[in-house]
Design a protein around this ligand. Structure first.
Ligand SMILES: [Zn+2]
Length: 368
């Protein structure tokens, strides 16, 4: 059986959202809108095309309807009452739009992109960058003057939105939504988040492998890591910053007993270890290069975030993500995965690409 070709994207999304939860309101974006709203609409169309492609390639017999939901906060909804639906709140879109434009409008961020001489440095007052605040009051808009910087801001925005959708979609595709959440402990739920994060990063980087319309090749990334590495760099940075904007504070403590999501530093560690694994397996990176690449993305994204906020970069995130604490945490989740995994009924494909993790020297650290 193949998925229907005449799938009505907007209509199915609206119908399934109304059917799944009385509290949720699908966002309707009129086709004649321009500016940010037009960009958001085009991004959604691109994400839908990508999702259709993945489902077709994977032999999925059902289609997941995706779209935007009304609501100003940083949140997404995944429903699965016979009909799969994923909605991302408008607040996520608006906050990401504003933040990526502000980021690229900073002359010190990504200095090798475009011509930053026409940009003026600025520091945001504390609290302005909280996604909820941004979406509600709208920070003063800053857009890069340089066309290439503007293009990269929009490109990174679209990657971040694709990543957020892929994360939610993997909760559906890997069968998480079929589980009884009440029967799961916080650490079980963190394992599911690890799975969704890992699958989304893996898929995002697989898609980027064959991309031709990304960033202009940049040095020293290309000569150091090979042709196309700029695309991988910007893709991974976008996904990393999406979570960074979401969790504006680094959580140092482990959340083994409370919290359904991994603490930020561990989430970063999961994303970067998965990315390194994908770069080795699908891009042909050596494990050493993959580790160095992931570390340089983390450092560059953290420095970018520090420039934007005026809060100095905190190097302890590196220690947590890549040190023994992060290793122990991921090993615990991977061990847990043995128990959770057989109870899942994935829609298609295999589960969790994060089966093995390497350290920055290419040594195998843990295996599921
Ligand atoms: Zn999740």
């Amino acid at each position: 059986m193949t998925a229907p070709a005449d799938f009505d994207e907007d209509g199915e999304f609206e119908r399934r959202i109304w059917a799944s939860d009385g509290e949720l309101v699908p966002l309707h974006l009129a086709p004649e809108l321009d500016g940010f709203a037009k960009l958001a609409r085009e991004t959604l169309a691109d994400v839908r095309a990508t999702v259709r492609w993945i489902e077709d390639q994977s032999g999925a017999t059902e289609r997941t309807a995706i779209g935007f939901l009304e609501g100003s906060y940083w949140n997404a909804h995944t429903g699965s009452h016979g009909e799969d639906v994923v909605g991302v709140r408008w607040g996520v879109v608006v906050a990401s739009l504003i933040l990526f434009h502000r980021l690229l409008a900073q002359p010190k961020v990504f200095p090798s992109v475009g011509d930053a001489s026409g940009e003026e440095a600025f520091v945001d007052p504390p609290g302005v960058l909280e996604p909820d605040t941004l979406a509600v009051v709208g920070a003063s808009l800053r857009v890069p003057n340089d066309p290439e910087l503007l293009r990269i801001a929009q490109y990174m925005f679209s990657k971040a939105i694709l990543y957020v959708f892929l994360h939610e979609l993997f909760h559906v595709w890997d069968g998480h939504t079929g589980l009884d959440k009440k029967a799961l402990s916080p650490i079980d739920l963190q394992t599911l988040e690890m799975d969704a994060d890992a699958q989304a990063i893996d898929r995002l980087l697989q898609l980027a492998r064959f991309e031709t319309n990304g960033a202009q090749p940049r040095e020293p990334v290309e000569s150091k890591f090979g042709p196309g590495a700029t695309v991988a760099f910007d893709t991974l940075s976008s996904a990393y910053l999406a979570w960074r904007f979401h969790h504006s504070a680094i959580t140092h403590s482990l959340a083994r007993t409370g919290g359904n999501h991994p603490p930020l530093a561990h989430r970063m560690g999961i994303c970067l270890y998965t990315a390194a694994t994908t770069l080795v397996l699908r891009w042909g990176f050596s494990p050493e290069d993959a580790g160095e690449f992931a570390t340089s993305v983390l450092r560059s994204a953290e420095e970018a975030y520090a420039t934007l906020t005026g809060v100095p970069y905190d190097p302890s995130i590196m220690d947590i993500a890549f040190g023994p604490v992060g290793h122990d945490y991921r090993a615990e989740l991977l061990a847990k995965w043995h128990r959770v995994r057989p109870t899942l009924k994935p829609r298609f494909g295999t589960l969790a690409p994060l089966q093995t993790i390497y350290d920055s020297k290419g040594n195998l650290l843990a295996q599921a």
